[in-house]
Design a protein around this ligand. Structure first.
Ligand code: SAH
Length: 361
């Protein structure tokens, strides 16, 4: 399949338009339009009509449709369920923080990683998203918000490093000066720990924030809740994290979902301190969000506070993540599940995290 027009970077688009006999400034004009939430070539009024017709025929625009939109009355968090051109659905969350608007995007339809506490993986992976499908989530959310988006977190449905090439291209698109020009420092990418892909990402030396979903201080516990740990145990994962820091000089953020009686004991906080010793890191403690299909329960408030106190006393910065959108099924995946169940349940369920991504420091 030929590359989607909206997945092309400016030099590629320039080459394409040159083949169509168009000057370079046209490519720049078109690129600008493609990085706005347009639904039709007819909106691109400064392009010649003949060119618009050719593009329409050869490169149909495939904007997503909103099938559900839920806005929190508590904090203004908005959750979108989009239908993609092929009928699959993904979710995006808009979070309003003092420092700006953050969009949490999905990178896959479903997820192949099998984490025990996460609803997005229950139906497995349906397919990976294309770069423009990730970009569209940012553009159309921004359109709906009516305000600029300043931060993007890749923490929605899917495993970004399992969709490496498309995710990297999305990053290049959203970062491009002629596009949204979003700073890499305003982007966070979360992974369950695909160690070789962390090494591959390190080679790119991007200034984004890498977030690692750790959730356990030992292989014994991590093996039970995250199948990826059997492929890349903690030694392999931590090795990749150390190399990542050496290559990028960027402090890594570790996600730790607090699960009652599984990973929240004081000894485990000490184990975590040992595991992360010597690595500039930050730990985000997230009270587990219950998933109907799973027996796992969130830690109690005192258990979370005790765990955090031990980390801090050991010199490891740790924050407890605030939860947004508590009144709107803001857990990523809940909306998609509800929708697909109401509509015959033909699609797999989405992911099960809370709309709290990016609320860390
Ligand atoms: N696949 C990537 C990106 C998903 S980000 C990753 O694993 O990092 C989603 C974050 O929410 C991850 O840290 C994930 O482990 C976490 N999460 C998933 N289900 C959750 C739940 N029920 N409660 C709290 N956090 C959850």
């Amino acid at each position: 399949m030929s590359q989607h027009l909206r997945a092309m970077l400016l030099p590629e688009l320039t080459a394409l338009l040159e083949e169509l006999g168009q000057p370079a400034f046209r490519a720049r004009q078109l690129y600008g339009w493609l990085h706005r939430p347009v639904r039709s070539y007819d909106e691109m009024t400064n392009l010649p009509r003949s060119l618009r017709r050719i593009l329409e025929e050869r490169y149909p625009l495939t904007p997503p449709d909103v099938v559900r939109r839920q806005e929190s009355r508590l904090d203004g968090t908005v959750k979108y369920l989009w239908r993609l051109a092929d009928g699959n659905c993904v979710e995006t969350v808009l979070m309003r923080y003092k420092y700006g608007n953050t969009v949490c995007v999905s990178t896959e339809v479903g997820c192949p990683m099998g984490c025990a506490f996460c609803a997005s993986t229950l139906g497995g992976l349906v397919r990976r998203l294309e770069p423009q499908e990730i970009l569209d989530q940012v553009l159309f959310t921004q359109l709906d918000a009516g305000e600029p988006v300043s931060h993007v977190v890749l923490m929605g449905i899917g495993e970004p490093l399992d969709n490496f090439d498309s995710v990297l291209r999305f990053l290049a698109l959203v970062n491009s000066p002629e596009g949204m020009n979003l700073s890499m420092r305003h982007i966070s990418l979360s992974t369950c720990g695909l160690a070789p892909k962390i090494d591959a990402l390190a080679e790119k030396k991007l200034q984004l924030t890498l977030s690692v979903s750790l959730h356990a201080p030992s292989d014994e516990v991590r093996d039970q809740i995250m199948p990826v740990n059997r492929a890349y145990p903690l030694e392999a994962l931590m090795g990749a994290c150390r190399r990542y820091f050496a290559a990028t000089n960027r402090r890594i953020s570790f996600e730790y979902a607090m699960i009652r009686d599984v990973n929240d004991r004081p000894e485990q906080a000490k184990e975590l301190l040992e595991l992360l010793r010597g690595l500039p890191a930050h730990v985000n403690l997230i009270p587990l969000n219950r998933v109907a299909e799973s027996p796992l329960a969130p830690s109690t408030k005192p258990a979370v506070a005790r765990f955090q106190a031990i980390l801090e006393a050991g010199g490891l910065p740790a924050t407890v993540r605030r939860t947004l959108g508590g009144d709107i099924d803001a857990s990523c995946g809940q909306l998609r599940r509800k929708y697909t169940q109401e509509n015959g349940g033909s699609l797999d369920p989405g992911c099960g995290r809370n709309a709290s991504a990016g609320d860390s420091e």
